[in-house]
Design a protein around this ligand. Structure first.
Ligand SMILES: C[S@@+](CC[C@H](N)C(=O)[O-])C[C@H]1O[C@@H](n2cnc3c(N)ncnc32)[C@H](O)[C@@H]1O
Length: 233
């Protein structure tokens, strides 16, 4: 199970349409999504106009895509209020800068425009090892090679500790898929404050991941949302 499958299954079975993706890279996920209201935000997308045209032939709904070549912070300040004035985000993939404070802002800003039954998916919430969980500086120093999940996981811990109005857990698949919905939390709130969380290490996460992330096996996805397994399309 990966993010594309989770998004497509939720969109099809929950009838969710308006899609936002923060951090699209080459559009591997973005171009496959079927929706006439798709928004891509990335300061450095990795595709040409020819790829856009090719992907529109393959999936005609790409004709309606809206692209914002800027950081997610700039997008939320400059564009989101007018874009979402009359229609809310129904499903979002947050996969931009993989640092605690960036991921947290992306989630909180998306929540401001999310419909009541909307769903946010956050990629990279469950790093397997210390190398995958390293800082942006370490990732840069190793020439951006290998897997980098960063410390997005701290944004998940932060929200589980601080928010009473959202339910947050992580599916144990595809580097950890955070799932966020509006509504009462269905978990015990960890008692941490912001500075505590910022200072946690990968080793702290590794000793507490089930509890801190609300880590669930991938198949919990079907039970939680009352879905049936669907063939990938
Ligand atoms: C891991 S890639 C996204 C992969 C894509 N979501 C997928 O599933 O195939 C991360 C992307 O985030 C973008 N990014 C980095 N900083 C960002 C920021 N501040 N706001 C939005 N996107 C950002 C990068 O340019 C990069 O293309």
């Amino acid at each position: 199970m990966d993010r594309l499958y989770v998004i497509q299954t939720l969109m099809k079975q929950r009838k969710l349409k308006n899609y936002l993706e923060i951090g699209v890279f080459n559009g591997h996920v973005f171009f496959r999504i079927q929706s006439s209201f798709k928004v891509a935000v990335d300061p450095e997308p990795n595709f040409t106009v020819y790829r856009k045209i090719g992907k529109t032939v393959f999936n005609p709904s790409n004709f309606f895509n809206q692209y914002f070549q800027k950081t997610s912070d700039a997008f939320f300040i400059e564009d989101a209020c007018s874009l979402y004035k009359n229609r809310q985000i129904e499903i979002a993939l947050i996969d931009g800068m993989h640092e605690y404070s960036y991921a947290l802002r992306d989630i909180e800003n998306t929540l401001d425009h999310l419909s009541d039954d909307g769903i946010i998916i956050v990629h990279d919430c469950n790093p397997r090892n210390r190398e995958h969980a390293c800082s942006f500086k370490e990732y840069k120093d190793r020439n951006f090679t290998g897997i980098w999940n960063g410390d997005v996981w701290k944004a998940i811990v932060h929200l589980r500790a601080h928010r009473d109005d959202i339910n947050v857990f992580v599916l144990d698949c595809d580097h950890g898929l955070g799932i966020i919905q509006k509504g009462k939390p269905r978990h015990h709130k960890p008692k941490f404050n912001g500075p505590d969380i910022a200072s946690f290490t990968f080793e702290d996460l590794d000793s507490n991941r089930e509890e801190w992330l609300g880590l669930k096996p991938a198949n919990y996805f079907y039970d939680h949302f009352s879905l049936y397994p669907s063939a990938q399309w």
